[in-house]
Write a new protein. Structure first.
Length: 403
């Protein structure tokens, strides 16, 4: 576990901890000082020398992104691509599949909203059938039902590891075992899991995975990563190419890169790329096992304290749960119990949370009869005292309307 002394250092390297209670790490976490220092220094250099010369002078720093990501995910650096977001990374690999009419994609009720938009678009364009795997009694993907859906028509299994709208952790490794046995490619949306869980792509068995910098990795916005297993790189041609992704041979031909960088564009957020490398190495130095243990412990404590408040109901699903804690207050007809009213009341007290609703969790929320929830997402730099303060504040906020 993270020691008291280490926690104090981590909080000292996160200056805002002395001013705010940040429980919005699943939205955008607070960057640690080594990351922000790097960004400031890079931009000062760029202001003096210009973008091109600075990039050439500091080339090794942006190249460090690939080895840092490979170390974090337990893969090879040539299986990694830099992207501006997890969604763009996911899009690039999903749209690279050459689906035919009647092909099936298996996904989950809790998949991200943008993924469902892409599923529907390819269903309309190409005649792909999108099949939603039922949940088990806990709300996670039912692996037995998934196994029963496997046949020659299934061309992709695409699952969100941690849905954006709750604390559920889907059984990614069990899904990987099924995919591997059936020789079906497996795309894992790890946007919420990379940085808070020990995401080992070899152990999980996924063939592609995407992640973002701004959430649990504590990197800057406009950064993300894509992992593509070597076996699949040559089989997938990205839907968009430039002269970084491919070499122009002549007026009639081009040659794709042989590594995962075929999914990149030439123009990139170069300072962000270097800063994300710093953020990933920062997490690796702490230890992903320690990070996962601390986040889970804080979230478990938070759920217990919220459930003990009269009128508060924690809504997280799954046998395995993570650092995202969602809840609502009852009766929701009271104005002070609306999720946005709670978020605003907390913001006035310098407490940061998000509201989960249709934009990211529409299909799952419609299935569960939910409109919106408050989402509090903890990180390793949060404290037990902050958990208690948060729960006490929620009790005070909802008591105002009933007084």
């Amino acid at each position: 576990m993270i020691s008291k002394e280490q926690l104090a250092q981590l909080r000292a390297e996160t200056p805002a901890c002395s001013e705010v209670l940040h429980f919005d790490n699943a939205g955008a976490s607070l960057m640690p000082k080594p990351v922000t220092d790097y960004l400031h220094d890079y931009l000062r250099t760029e202001a003096h020398y210009g973008g091109y010369r600075t990039q050439a002078m500091r080339h090794e720093e942006s190249e460090a992104f690939y080895s840092a990501a490979a170390k974090l995910l337990n893969c090879h650096s040539d299986e990694i691509a830099f992207c501006e977001s997890a969604t763009r990374a996911w899009d690039l690999v999903f749209y690279a599949f050459n689906f035919k009419p009647g092909d099936r994609v298996l996904t989950s009720l809790a998949d991200y909203g943008s993924n469902f938009v892409a599923y529907q678009q390819q269903a309309k364009r190409l005649g792909v059938e999108i099949v939603i795997v039922p949940n088990d009694a806990s709300g996670a993907v039912d692996v037995q039902q998934l196994q029963g859906l496997i046949d020659e028509r299934v061309k992709l299994i695409s699952i969100s590891h941690i849905p954006t709208g709750g604390g559920l952790i889907n059984p990614a490794q069990k899904i990987g075992d099924i995919a591997k046995a059936a020789n079906i490619p497996y795309l894992l949306d790890a946007c919420q899991s990379i940085g808070q869980l020990n995401v080992d792509v070899e152990a999980i068995g996924c063939d592609m995975a995407c992640g973002t910098g701004r959430k649990y990795l504590r990197g800057p916005r406009g950064t993300g990563l894509l992992y593509v297993r070597k076996h699949w790189i040559d089989k997938l041609e990205p839907p968009m190419l430039d002269q970084h992704a491919a070499d122009l041979i002549d007026a009639q031909s081009y040659r794709l890169r042989s590594d995962a960088r075929r999914f990149e564009a030439w123009e990139q957020n170069v300072p962000g790329k270097g800063a994300l490398a710093i953020a990933m190495n920062y997490a690796h130095e702490i230890g992903m096992v320690k990070i996962e243990q601390r986040i889970r412990a804080l979230a478990t404590d938070l759920r217990q304290q919220l459930n003990a408040i009269d009128g508060v109901r924690v809504m997280d699903e799954g046998h395995e749960q993570c650092g995202l804690v969602t809840f609502h207050c009852e009766p929701q007809s009271r104005s002070q119990c609306d999720a946005y009213a709670i978020k605003q009341a907390l913001a006035q007290r310098d407490i940061h949370v998000s509201v989960s609703e249709g934009s990211g969790s529409l299909v799952n929320f419609q299935h569960r009869g939910i409109q919106r929830l408050v989402r509090a997402s903890v990180h390793y730099f949060n404290t037990d005292d902050e958990v208690r303060r948060f729960a006490d504040t929620i009790a005070q906020v909802i008591a105002v309307d009933s007084a």
